[in-house]
Design a protein around this ligand. Structure first.
Ligand SMILES: [Zn+2]
Length: 289
């Protein structure tokens, strides 16, 4: 009898823990917040709860231009650039010279590059170099000549925005980047620095571009983490964000919205960044706490 009691006791504890977890999860997934896609983890979206809107601190009815006037920052971090959505001929990138050596990058991408470069240095003692960063349309035309399949069409290249960079470690460039710990680290953890592997090995049927473990694309937080965790491409991510739906991921708020339509921003959202997605919508990202 005594021998039977122990398993029964253990089973009871497991049952209590199990049902408590289910109860807690049920509370968490309230009606306003639900999973947007079965294959997505940790991102919830839905209607904005009315209680979240407060006219003093939140914004009851604003459009993109008004939100920018109120201090939101405009950048290009979530621009989708591919053969279906090329850059316009008059596209003007925001660039800074990374080291005074005419290595031009988007300012946010430059900051993220310095961070991942320092992480590689601290962990392995080696330097993460840039093979290619911002390219002018003329330079992209030359890249198409030399790289063939790997180089995107002129206005279809992210290199024209300064948001993309090709990196390498001494003796380990191109596919060889994966033959060293540093390259594998960059491929596994670049999302922690705001980058994605823009052309992943599992995404060729969607991106139309073969796997490029060296091509980092800055998309910022929390987008890089959502894309990496769900093993999706930027194409699939942008498409999954239903316009007008409020999404929450960790400490972030995400909303995809058309340019002129009015929308509300919940109380307490701060550090708002707005990026056009190059498909006709804007993506608003803010911090929640
Ligand atoms: Zn590249």
């Amino acid at each position: 009898m005594k021998r039977l009691l122990k398993p029964i006791f253990c089973a009871s504890i497991i049952a209590v823990v199990f049902f408590t977890a289910i109860f807690a999860a049920d509370k968490l997934f309230s009606k306003e917040l639900y999973m947007i896609k079965d294959s997505f983890s940790n991102i919830f979206g839905g209607e904005l709860p009315k209680s979240a809107i407060h006219s003093e601190n939140g914004y009851d009815s604003v459009n993109i231009a008004e939100l920018l006037e109120k201090g939101a920052i405009l950048d290009d971090s979530l621009m989708l650039i591919n053969s279906e959505y090329p850059l316009s001929d008059d596209y003007q990138p925001a660039l800074i010279d990374l080291s005074g050596n005419e290595v031009f990058l988007n300012p946010a991408a430059a900051k993220a590059y310095n961070e991942i470069k320092n992480a590689v240095k601290n962990k392995y003692g080696s330097s993460l170099y840039i093979m290619s960063s911002y390219r002018t349309p003329e330079e992209q035309a030359a890249a198409i000549e030399s790289e063939g399949d790997y180089a995107a069409g002129i206005n279809e290249s992210e290199h024209l925005t300064g948001l993309a960079l090709d990196v390498y470690i001494k003796y380990h460039a191109g596919m060889g980047f994966l033959d060293c710990d540093e390259g594998r680290f960059v491929n596994s953890y670049c999302q922690d620095y705001g980058f994605i592997i823009r052309y992943p090995y599992y995404g060729e049927s969607i991106t139309g571009i073969p796997y490029e473990p060296w091509h980092l694309r800055y998309v910022g937080f929390p987008h890089a983490k959502i894309i990496a965790e769900n093993r999706i491409t930027l194409e699939e991510y942008i498409e999954s964000l239903v316009p007008g739906t409020y999404y929450y991921y960790e400490d972030y708020f995400i909303l995809r919205q058309s340019k002129n339509e009015a929308f509300s921003v919940p109380e307490g959202i701060y550090d708002i960044i707005i990026s056009p997605d190059n498909t006709g919508f804007y993506i608003i990202t803010g911090k929640t706490n």
